[in-house]
Every structure is written in structure tokens, then in C-alpha cells.
Design a protein around this ligand. Sequence first.
Ligand code: HEC
Length: 275
Amino acid sequence: MIRVARSARILARCTTRIRARCSTGILACVAFACIAFLPSAQAQDGAAERGAQLYRQNCAVPYCHGPDGTAGRAPRLIGHNYSLNGMFKVISWGIPGTGMPEFTSRLKTREIDDLVAFLMTLRGTPAAPPTAPAVPPRALTADAKAGRALFFDATRTGACGTCHELDGWGVPVGPDLSVLPAERFADLREVMARRVVTVRPKSAEAPFPALVLERTEAQVRVYDLTGPLPVLRTFAASQVALDAASSWRHEQATRIYANGELETIARYLRWRNGK
Ligand code: HEC
């Protein structure tokens, strides 16, 4: 027990310190520094051990450098919740706008397999049996890469990734796009908002559009969609009324992109979710 508690403390300290240092907060940084302390990084058939080795060699330190102020945006690696296929995609395709590179151009497929095997040993809860077999993703085409970069574009406020999660990256306010059929991305200007409601506070505050996250007898938690970045807010249930109608349009959220850019994003999503 004592040993476990101690390594947990070391890990926590290690993670905090590293996250504070790596402003773009890359998976790799945390793992690199903490690897030595991990009790759970045991291999089944040597794959995870080879993966750990590859990690030390390829992933770590250079990608810790980045502009200040974005710390905390990185998914935690230790105790992460990635599915097997999600992890494959992140490792293979990288995360645009962060220091997380794509590895298809750096490692062989078998090496990516090992790396993923290692990363899955760091999962928070034991991995549920995969619902689908692990499929190493196709290499990104140049066009798909451009669309993915626009989706997560960190240089503009209100990129798709600020409201949608893909491969475990981004903010899951709106629906998870990774499971939608490709046809759903025919034209991004025509996305319908069906679940957005109007919140009417009983205070003097003006009504605002929102997506309800949780509603119990005691409280209501919503994402306020007034500005370009959704804001999570909690009210006592007695403080607000909810109106099912809303004048919010998804088009407001995607206006920061030119039409051509939206088409590039749509092609990427169709490519990604297509067969
Ligand atoms: C400000 C937050 C926000 C941004 C930015 C945003 N979305 Fe959405 N998106 C939503 C919300 C909220 C919904 C769900 C609307 C509803 O169901 O009422 C949604 C729904 C969607 C849907 C429909 C999903 C379905 O079930 O059919 C698609 C597709 C979509 N968004 C794609 C995108 C893409 C691509 C971008 C970037 C170009 C983007 N969104 C940017 C908030 C956002």
C-alpha cells in the first residue's frame, strides 16, 4: 500500500511539474518524464516494452516547447481514456496546432502498433474489450491533413475543435462527429441545431442560447452558446426556465471559416468517417 501511494504521489507530482513546463501540453512530455515510475507499464508480448522504448526515443522532449498559456489543453496520458482505435488515430495523424506530430511519416506501422500497446497500459480504467478491432488508420492525404488542421486550428477563436471532440481531442460540447456517417458532412452550412434551447434566467440577465448538459430537480448545467467559445454554467433549477425554441444557428458558429475552408473540413470528415 505504502509503495503504491508513494508512486501515485510521485506520478502526480511528476505530471503536474511536466504539465506546467510543457505549455502545449503534449502527451509525450508526460510519458517521457514519468515512464520510469510507472508500475503498470508491463508488456504482454513485449509490444508494450518496445513501445515504451520507442516512446523514449521518438516522442518526448522536443515537443514540449510551445507558446505559453495553453497548458492544460493536453489530454492526460496517465489515466487517459482513449480507446484503442482512438489512440491509433491520434498517434498516426497527430493533433494539428499542437506539438503532437503525426507518426505515420516517422515510424513503421509495426512500431506504431507497439507504441499504442504501450500507451494502452497507461489507461485509467482497464480498457473495455474493444468493440471494433484495432485498425491502423490510413495515412492522411494532403487534403485530409489540411481539413484536420482547420478543424483544430488553434489560431482562431471558435474552431470546430472548441465545440467538437475528435479522437479524444477538442471539447465535447456538440455531438461526437467521429461516429457520424460520412453523408452527414455533405454541407456544413446546413447543419441543423435541434437541441439548442433558450435559457431564461429569472434574474435580470437576458435570455441566452444553450445546450443542456444536465438537468436535475436541483440544478441545471448548460453550455452557454452566446459567444464563440461555449461557457459551462450551473444554475439552481429554480433560477431558470428553459424554452425549447432557440434562434441559435450552427451557421453562426462556423462563420469564422470561409466557404472553401468549410468544404475542406467537410471533405476531411467524409474521408475520415467513410469506409
Ligand atoms: C460554438 C460551438 C460550435 C462550433 C464552433 C461548431 N459546432 Fe458543430 N455543433 C455544435 C452544437 C451545439 C451542435 C448540436 C446542435 C443541436 O443538436 O442542436 C453541433 C452539431 C454539429 C453537427 C451535426 C451533428 C449531427 O448529429 O448531425 C455537425 C456535422 C457539426 N456540428 C460540425 C461542425 C464543424 C465541422 C464545425 C467547424 C467548422 C463545427 N461543427 C463548429 C456546436 C458547434
